[in-house]
Design a protein around this ligand. Structure first.
Ligand code: GDP
Ligand code: CO
Length: 398
């Protein structure tokens, strides 16, 4: 791959937020061009060996809830062979058992491709047992099952990936119409993570565009309503502490993102659709130097965040309605609002934005989504002891 070097960055405590990197070639050639090692070059070439090395150690977690089977199938097709797909499904069992249909499609597909996979129902007793054994009951509801919600599915996916010895986790939504885009995200995850000097790193994808039908033609929108608002407030939050206005943070709602396992296990998480924005809040709270850090080793090594601009348009199932968008805005701003380090002035502006947009009423505060403590607190030895991997697909660890 050929892409920008991450030359500009904003620092916040131990966090380094790199500016958006642009991609020049997905396939940068079989041989390495020495000229790229010149100190004057602002472009780099990452070898295909290096990309494959990372892919071998990476699980791609795919959250699913009642998506069309064809979409899920084409997502699978875009995942590089060496990555292990971990599908966490919260699809319905009744009146039609959509989960059963997913199981059968995924199994057939992976048999043809000779591909390893993990597929778990979010609300299955077998999945819940892992968290009970590992002493992480926060993820379980009154029925003893993993809570519903996208973030909750992601946490289950990270836990399975760690139990299976993966060193990286990437997340790709299952409602993507273009397998080529999925393939690009996975490659960008590998390229981004390969640049990290610290064991604690994260890659966030900035979509090139989201095509929409407007009148008779296509319009390639750059910013969705939710991301425009989230990024604006996120940058304000950031600028308050640095004293410099910035627009460096562009990926506040990046559903497509990847983490090194040590970072994935150290962050706190927030429920449902607030999970992506909350990454930033957790990074700033834990490693920003404003509050004492529970992880001195992370403070020493630093955390590297890479933002990468994909080239494929992002075309997903966008027909989820106004309520969904408003919920995403409320949740994203809600996690900023409720952070103990959120400046008072910003809190006022968030309230006024949400009230003016009629997302919350005049006397209401934004929701405080449920929080989950770092997964590092799981006793993984005990959590993995009684897992029967055959229940979860065709990947049986040695
Ligand atoms: P948007 O693209 O951000 O507007 O949100 P979507 O509604 O498309 O959801 C993102 C992804 O999360 C999709 O792949 C959904 O199928 C999936 N998803 C939504 N809710 C849940 C859930 O409760 N559990 C799991 N495992 N996946 C979910
Ligand atoms: Co979607």
């Amino acid at each position: 791959m050929r892409l920008d070097l991450p030359v500009y960055a904003e620092r916040f405590g131990a966090n380094i937020f790199n500016n958006v990197q642009k991609i020049y070639e997905f396939d940068g050639g079989y041989e390495l061009d020495d000229e790229f090692s010149s100190p004057f070059h602002v472009i780099q070439q990452i070898s295909h060996e290096r990309l494959h090395e990372i892919e071998k150690d990476m699980a791609i977690i795919i959250p699913v809830k009642n998506e069309r089977l064809r979409l899920l199938e084409s997502v699978l097709c875009g995942i590089p062979h060496d990555c292990l797909p971990i599908i966490i499904s919260n699809s319905q069992h009744d009146p039609i058992d959509r989960f059963r249909m997913e199981q059968s499609m995924v199994d057939t597909f992976c048999r043809h491709a000779k591909k390893r996979y993990i597929l778990a129902h979010q609300r299955s007793p077998e999945l819940a047992q892992i968290f009970r054994d590992g002493g992480y009951s926060q993820l379980l509801d009154a029925n003893g099952l993993v809570h519903a919600g996208k973030a909750e599915g992601m946490l289950a996916g990270i836990t399975l990936a760690h139990l299976l010895g993966k060193k990286y986790v990437g997340f790709i939504d299952s409602d993507n119409y273009f397998p080529g885009a999925v393939f690009e995200y996975a490659r960008l995850f590998a390229a981004g993570l390969s640049q990290a000097k610290s064991p604690y790193s994260m890659v966030r994808i900035l979509w090139h565009s989201k095509p929409k039908v407007v009148g008779e033609g296509l319009f390639f929108a750059k910013w969705g309503r939710v991301s425009r608002i989230t990024n604006q407030f996120l940058n304000q939050f950031f600028s308050h502490f640095t004293g410099y206005e910035t627009d460096a943070l562009r990926t506040g709602n990046a559903g497509e993102h990847a983490l090194s396992m040590p970072l994935a296990l150290s962050l706190d998480y927030s429920a449902g659709f607030s999970v992506e924005t909350y990454h930033f809040v957790s990074l700033l709270e834990k490693f920003g130097g404003v509050m004492p850090s529970p992880y001195p080793e992370v403070m020493k090594a630093g955390v590297e965040i890479f933002q990468m601009e994909s080239r494929n348009p992002h075309f997903h199932d966008a027909d989820k309605g106004e309520d969904h968008i408003n919920e995403m805005i409320e949740y994203s701003l809600g996690v900023l609002y409720h952070s103990p380090i959120c400046p008072e002035q910003l809190k006022k502006e968030i309230l006024s934005k949400l009230r003016r947009s009629k997302i919350i009423s005049k006397d209401q505060e934004p929701v405080l989504p449920r929080r989950y403590p770092a997964l590092a607190s799981i006793d993984f030895k005990r959590a993995g002891k009684s897992v029967n991997w055959e229940v979860f697909g065709n990947y049986v660890p040695k």
